[in-house]
Design a protein around this ligand. Structure first.
Ligand code: PMP
Length: 283
């Protein structure tokens, strides 16, 4: 099926969508993005993604070119035009088009691109089987809290995982796990959910915020602190969260089974709660 995508205010067929070769997103990865999931044709955590988009842009001295209301309209329009029931809306904002120069002019208008991806997400075989991850050195830059399109190292990490028969990689900085290539990382020990605290070292996951809120509401114990790969291997459970995977169990780290080597009960429960609760506020 030919998708209808959004480019700078227009809805066009995907093969007609064009961005300049001088776009700073293309030349310098000078841009940010968001991925919002769609369940039952509705958007999950839209406002959270909007707020983070504005923050990412402002950290890069860019002003959000689109209001929350207008962005919501475009999201809904794309979901409708492409008949997406379950999947994602990808949004990218780059600084815009200018002749190549490291210094950026302050009078250019941003490029805004959006498209949908259909994906079955609520029923996931991976949620039944659990993921295998490998650990790799975190070689990214010092502002991982900004959701930039500079994703080459996470792509390399994902390929290292695939090459070793795993599903993903957890990155390690100064002996402690930062996050997965495109998700936040958690372990569970003695019924306590442990995940790294927020800082410039990790992306402030929208799903992370929701899951921790639901965990607290369900009287589960949460500790926001660093943990090592050794500690993760000895944990009772492990899991990841992201907008496109929700809560996904991790059952093996660097070839070592976590707990029983099967998806854990807390991860399964959190996935259930997340799907149930998040649908209530989907728009
Ligand atoms: N960390 C990284 C590095 C990511 O790329 C992502 C997903 N884009 C996440 C965490 C999870 O964030 P969210 O829950 O907002 O999708």
């Amino acid at each position: 099926m030919i998708r209808i995508v959004y480019v700078n205010g227009e809805y066009v067929r995907e093969e007609e969508a064009k961005v300049s070769i001088f776009d700073r997103g293309f030349l310098f990865a000078d841009g940010v993005y968001e991925v919002t999931s769609v369940l039952g044709g509705k958007l999950i955590d839209f406002e959270g993604h909007f707020v983070r988009l504005t923050r990412s842009l402002s950290e890069l001295q860019m002003v959000n070119p689109i209001t929350s209301e207008d962005l919501l309209k475009v999201h809904r329009e794309l979901v409708q035009k492409n008949s997406v029931v379950e999947g994602l809306v990808y949004l990218q904002v780059t600084r815009g088009v200018a002749d190549r120069d490291f210094a950026f002019p302050d009078d250019i208008s941003p490029t805004v691109v959006m498209f949908t991806q259909e994906k079955s997400m609520s029923e996931s075989p991976l949620a039944q089987r659990g993921m295998k991850v490998i650990s790799i050195d975190d070689q990214r830059w010092g502002r991982c809290d900004i959701k930039t399109v500079q994703l080459l190292y996470p792509c390399m990490g994902k390929m290292m995982a695939v090459a070793s028969g795993a599903d993903d990689a957890w990155m390690v900085h100064d002996g402690k796990v930062t996050e997965g290539t495109s998700n936040n990382a958690y372990i569970v020990k003695d019924d306590t959910i442990i995940t790294r605290e927020l800082s410039n070292d990790i992306l402030h996951g929208i799903t992370r915020a929701a899951v921790l809120r639901f965990a607290n509401e369900a009287q589960m114990t949460v500790e926001e602190r660093n943990f090592s790969i050794e500690e993760a291997k000895n944990a009772d459970e492990a899991f990841i969260t992201s907008a496109s995977t929700f809560v996904m169990p991790v059952v093996n780290i660097d070839g070592v089974d976590v707990g029983t080597g099967k998806p854990g009960k807390i991860a399964a429960r959190l996935r259930e709660i997340y799907l149930e609760e998040t649908l209530k506020t989907a728009i």
